[in-house]
Ligand binder design. Structure first.
Ligand code: MG
Length: 365
């Protein structure tokens, strides 16, 4: 099974409700789909969104990076040489993690197809079901309470609540949501870098004192402020999770050694693909640090890949935040992973099991 071509398409899917964080508002998923073709007729699919504010990647940079830096080195390579191929991808250019992730996802899809097994089995196996949380976008309090109650009605028992704009108002948000869903759902808070270290300690301690138990608080301060992360982690009972502060294996080792977070959020786009995500999970497991698997605004192609990794590494990836597909108005992808609100189930179809992708707009590059 040799690589014969790499093609690109745009996939746009409208969201059910606007996705709002402390940093941005988004109305649709708009991702680059990477299609890797082989001489055996097998096709591998990959996907990456633009996350300029987090990784620096844009839709244009993803396509250009793959086209000029990876494609020429990959054409003709045999899929059975997985380690060689991932090294080529990782060594092709500095950073550009989303581009690397998109290509790796397609390569791993093909590698598992080569052996006729679903990807999670090739990665070591596991129980092929996961339960995900859902994001509650930052908004007026009444709207956030309403969205939370709707999510609970749909069967979600963990809510990932976006905060991080005004810490006083954020605490009012948390209190109102907690009062509405107490006993029915756990709350994860994601501050998306919006707080100060001292403000976070103050606010979290006051929540703790009033008996509100958060499952965790994610990225309370700026990505590069590891001292701030450490300051909070040392002073609150609520577990602190690093998201934007943790990219690849090196940063994760530094975070863990500094004790700057209790939990690591692994995303394929930050890590630069599946090979690196596996490394991070193994490093975290070595130190006994739990992980979450997360996603950006992605559709079922790359989120499926993340689900396969989560199943295979469920010894240490104990928390799942893969709500991308359930935020979409419809799922354009027919694949081996079923996203049914909080339930994620992986079938036995080979690779990622992608049968078709609707609405692909092929790019002539
Ligand atoms: Mg986050």
């Amino acid at each position: 099974m040799k690589i014969t071509d790499i093609r690109f398409a745009l996939l746009e899917v409208p969201l059910k409700t606007p996705f709002k964080t402390a940093l941005r508002t988004v109305n649709e998923i708009k991702d680059i789909i990477v299609i890797v073709e082989t001489d055996s007729g097998h096709i591998g699919y990959g996907e990456a969104p633009a996350t300029a504010a987090i990784t620096g990647d844009t839709l244009g940079s993803i396509v250009e990076t793959i086209k000029s830096e990876m494609k020429p080195r990959l054409i003709g390579r045999d899929i059975s040489n997985l380690n060689e191929i991932t090294e080529i991808i990782q060594g092709s250019i500095m950073k550009n993690y989303n581009a690397k992730a998109a290509v790796e996802i397609a390569i791993y899809d093909l590698f598992a197809q080569l052996y006729g097994a679903p990807l999670y089995k090739i990665l070591g196996g596991g129980e092929p079901t996961l339960s995900t949380d859902i994001t509650i976008s930052i908004d007026y309090i009444d709207k956030m309470v309403e969205d939370s109650l709707k999510a609970v009605e749909l069967g979600f028992d963990i809510l990932k609540v976006k905060v991080g704009k005004d810490i006083g108002l954020d605490m009012d948000r948390v209190r109102a949501i907690d009062a509405a869903v107490k006993g029915k759902a756990l709350i994860r808070l994601d501050a998306n870098q919006g707080w100060t270290a001292k403000g976070a300690v103050n606010a979290l301690r006051s929540l703790e004192d009033s008996g509100i138990i958060l499952e965790l608080v994610e990225q309370p301060v700026r990505a590069e402020d590891l001292d701030g992360m450490k300051y909070i982690t040392e002073r609150v009972v609520t577990p602190v999770m690093a998201d934007e502060s943790s990219f690849g294996p090196r940063e994760v080792i530094e975070l863990i050694k500094m004790r700057a977070a209790d939990i690591i959020n692994i995303k394929l786009m930050k890590a630069g693909g599946i090979s690196k995500a596996i490394k991070i999970a193994d490093i975290a497991a070595t130190y006994g640090v739990e992980c979450m698997i997360g996603c950006m605004l992605e559709s079922s192609i790359s989120v499926s890949a993340a689900a396969h990794v989560a199943v295979a590494k469920s010894n240490i990836i104990t928390k799942v935040d893969l709500d991308g597909p359930s935020l979409c108005q419809y799922d354009p992808v027919v694949c081996g992973v079923k996203f049914n609100n909080s339930e994620i189930t992986i079938s036995d179809s080979p690779g990622l099991g992608i049968k078709s992708v609707k609405n692909l707009q092929f790019l002539d590059v």
